[in-house]
Write a protein that binds this ligand. Structure first.
Ligand code: UD1
Length: 415
């Protein structure tokens, strides 16, 4: 999928079934390094990032099969604890194999991830937490090499509730000797999903989803089956599409308890939104109103939601201030929205969005997964056609994106 052509659309009507959460399944796949045997993960989306993680596991010697949203991982007794540059460069999240490799194999060689389109993304907190557990690192030739005879439980204070650093620390601590306490841990639902998976494998992880996670190390873990939680970021994308087009949608399998703040914010903007026996129901009958947005770690408004929210604020009534507090460079796609007639000014990590009645379709470029999806949302609310190029970014994180939107009435084509 290289291009998506978006025609003005609306209203949207019907039901969309959410896929499994990308940001959860990648970590669950990394966790399979921790135990020998055959794992079965259900509700695994067919997306490029899952293919990347599957390639990484295969390059380490694990067997991976992905059929009908069921992913089977066979973890043999011996694996090669290395994440090569070609794979880490394709997907930064590969860094989450570091903790499991050190915990289970005692050594790891992982290419240093670079920055990405929304700025530098350091891994200092990942390394510091693992060092607290006794790992020793050196870096040379673009690789981090780590080793540890047996990790030992410790108190870890994260400077910031980093999702990836929390996950790496939890996956390392499950096989460490003694107790680990992680303070200022990230609280995202994907962390609770990972903890549930690890506990099913025989780990003892307590408090995931709260700022303090306690892990009591065990001697051995076992391969298990698990169902991945639904993707709340995909849910936010479809809710934004509804905001852009109007209409009424049911998001099947959506977990309202994972999206409280988002639902509150969309409600403030005039969307009618509530829980539904099958997930989440939402309706938009008139132009949305502006509301300020400030991204924060969970349970705050996720930085991943922001591009979609900006797309609908661009056509909402009034002026909104959007503050990005996680990734300094995550405003780049706004230049593309401005090319579509949006009235947005950026000052450092703030964007001032003055809603216009309609955007104007234009050729635009997707710089990353969420920015790409946000441009499609904007195109739905634009006069004329919007052609989103580099749409392969969208396939990294969305399963059947265009097809799902088309099924509820969006007029879009892929090529
Ligand atoms: C994960 C998500 C990503 C989401 C982000 C924040 C996955 C695959 N990706 O990314 O979609 O946008 O959480 O919700 O799950 N930081 C450091 N040092 C570190 C680690 C992080 O300074 O060692 C900084 C980052 O630069 C950033 C902030 O901490 O400013 C948050 O990053 P983090 O929560 O770690 O994001 P990821 O886990 O990479």
């Amino acid at each position: 999928m290289e291009r998506i052509v978006v025609h003005p659309s609306g209203p949207l009507e019907g039901r969309i079934r959410l896929s499994g959460a990308k940001n959860s399944v990648l970590k669950l796949m990394a966790a399979t390094v921790l135990a020998e045997g055959t794992f079965v993960l259900r509700n695994v989306p067919h997306i490029v990032d899952v293919d990347c993680m599957a390639d990484l596991l295969r390059s380490m010697g694990l067997g991976v099969d992905h059929c009908d949203n069921v992913l089977t991982v066979v973890r043999p007794a011996d694996i090669n604890p290395e994440a090569p540059y070609e794979l880490v460069e394709r997907m930064r999240a590969s860094i989450v194999v570091l903790g499991p490799l050190l915990a289970r194999v005692g050594r790891a060689r992982v290419a240093l991830p670079g920055g990405d389109d929304f700025g530098p993304r350091p891994i200092d907190m990942h390394l510091q937490s693992l060092e607290r557990l006794g790992a020793v690192f050196s870096t040379a030739h673009g690789y981090i090499e780590g080793h540890a005879d047996r990790l030992v439980g410790a108190r870890i204070f994260l400077e910031f509730p980093s999702v990836g650093a929390t996950e790496n620390a939890v996956m390392a601590a499950v096989l460490a000797k003694g107790e680990t306490v992680i303070e200022n841990a990230a609280r995202e639902p994907e962390i609770a999903d990972l903890a549930g998976f690890l506990n099913r494998m025989g780990a003892r992880v307590l408090g995931a989803g709260s700022p303090t996670i306690t892990i009591v190390g065990v001697e051995e873990l076992f391969a298990v089956e698990h169902e991945v939680i639904p993707d709340r970021i995909e849910a936010a994308t479809f809710l934004a599409a509804l905001g852009a087009c109007g209409g009424e949608l049911v998001l099947e399998a959506a977990r309202p308890d994972h999206m409280d703040m988002l639902m509150q914010k969309l409600g403030e903007m005039g969307m009618r939104i509530s829980t539904h026996p099958d997930g989440v129901w939402a309706m938009v009958g008139e132009r949305l109103r502006s509301a300020d947005v400030s991204t924060l770690p969970y349970p705050g408004i996720a930085t991943d939601y922001k591009p979609f929210l900006v797309s609908i604020l661009a056509v909402a009534e009034g002026v909104a201030i959007v503050a990005e507090n996680l990734f300094s460079g995550r405003f780049r796609y706004i230049d593309e929205l401005v090319r579509m007639g949006a009235d947005i000014r950026i000052e450092e990590h703030f964007a001032v969005v003055r809603g216009v009645r309609r955007l104007s379709g234009a050729p635009v470029r997707a710089h990353d997964i969420r920015a790409g999806a946000a441009l499609v949302v904007a195109g739905l609310a634009a006069d004329g056609d919007t052609v989103v190029s580099d749409a392969h970014h969208i396939a990294r994180g969305y399963e059947r994106f265009a097809e799902k939107l088309r099924a509820v009435g969006a007029d879009i084509e892929t090529s």
